[in-house]
Write a protein that binds this ligand. Structure first.
Ligand SMILES: Nc1ncnc2c1ncn2[C@@H]1O[C@H](COP(=O)(O)OP(=O)(O)O)[C@@H](O)[C@H]1O
Ligand SMILES: [Mg+2]
Length: 328
């Protein structure tokens, strides 16, 4: 039985919007607006949605660098949205983050040795030799040459910088890494390399990933479970099998139809399908969103599959029935 490592419980992060002469708070951006999901030890959990859907805010709230408005993030049963709890649990050692833009997340004035050693220095007392050995070992793990330690971030390509970012994140022996679009800025071929060695490191060290992406294609072979985010809420959540083979919410279908097809024979059919889904998305907003355009609460439609549907039980029941038929 898979063991839960982290649980997100009705998490909300609202940013105030100020305006007028008095600079009063006139409204809020509901960047994250009541989401629930949990990640198991050693798994890759996908968090997918278009730009602006609230993915990065969620990731930052989980690692504890963004103040939450309400809700809890439970680690070992303790709410780590409180900084005292984070310190007590050594949370900042166990949970790390990797960013999309390695150029701005790696300090340009520091050598690679110091960049990778920094998190180690925060948590362990090592001699200079021990520290250098450890940094060499980490560079080796991510497939970088040992003379990299003397260099600076700008001397490397985007793909190599992402490797250095991973080495830095792995340095403290974490249990969970939040990877925020780690490959989005890279060429396709380099993307595949980075994903491969991330997978490799995960297996070797038993790390869980929260893998954030705007692209359902990228996470398809990575994640066991995933959640689809839209307008600060989750529209659909479930196992890889359920989401890719039996998607229900129109927003999920829209993201799926946006994955490019490689197969030339299927291109025309795919284009037609895509146009259909797009029209359904534009025309049937009232079916999938409430009168204020908000995403409905999640309802269970199958084992390990939840969809945001209107509160009336009839809708969920109907989909449940359809899904059962589909299986027979
Ligand atoms: N510090 C901030 N202050 C105000 N609004 C913010 C802030 N950070 C993010 N937002 C807004 O919150 C929403 C979600 O942003 P974000 O979490 O970055 O989405 P994503 O990572 O999915 O692109 C966006 O509308 C964004 O403009
Ligand atoms: Mg983002």
């Amino acid at each position: 039985m898979a063991k839960e490592i982290i649980k997100i419980d009705d998490l909300k992060v609202h940013y105030p919007i100020r305006s007028g002469f008095w600079n009063r708070i006139t409204d809020y951006v509901r960047a994250v607006d009541g989401i629930n999901f949990s990640i198991n030890e050693g798994e890759t959990y996908g968090l997918i949605g278009e730009s602006g859907s609230g993915k990065s805010t969620t990731g930052k709230a989980i690692v504890g660098v963004e103040k939450v408005t309400s809700g809890r993030v439970l680690y070992k049963g303790v709410d780590i949205t409180k900084s005292g709890n984070r310190r007590r649990l050594d949370y900042n050692k166990d949970v790390q983050m990797i960013f999309q833009d390695s150029m701005s997340s790696l300090n340009p004035r520091k050598r690679i040795e110091d960049i990778i050693a920094e998190p180690i220095r925060n948590f362990e007392k090592l001699t200079t030799d021990q520290e250098r050995d450890r940094v060499q070992e980490l560079l080796d793990i991510v497939g970088m040459p040992s003379d990299a330690i003397y260099k600076y971030p700008h001397e490397f390509s985007g793909g190599q910088r992402q490797r250095i970012g991973v080495a830095r994140a792995v340095a403290t022996n974490p249990k969970l890494i939040v990877a925020d679009e780690p490959t989005s800025a890279l060429d396709l071929s380099v993307q595949a390399q980075v994903l491969n060695f991330m997978k490799h490191i995960q297996q070797q060290y038993g790390i869980a990933y929260l893998f954030i992406s705007h692209d359902l294609g990228v996470v398809k072979h990575m994640s066991e479970n995933l959640a689809i985010m839209h307008r600060g809420r989750l529209v659909e959540l479930g196992s890889r099998e359920e989401i890719y083979r039996h998607p229900v919410h129109i927003y999920t279908k829209r993201l799926l139809s946006a994955i490019p097809v490689v197969d030339v024979d299927n291109r025309e059919a795919h284009k037609r399908q895509r146009a259909l889904v797009e029209r359904e998305f534009q025309e049937n907003q009232s079916k999938w969103y409430d009168k204020d355009g908000r995403v409905y609460p999640l309802q269970k439609v199958a084992e390990n599959h939840f969809v945001a549907l209107p509160e009336d039980a009839a809708a969920a029941a109907k989909i449940k029935e359809l899904k059962e038929k589909e299986r027979d």
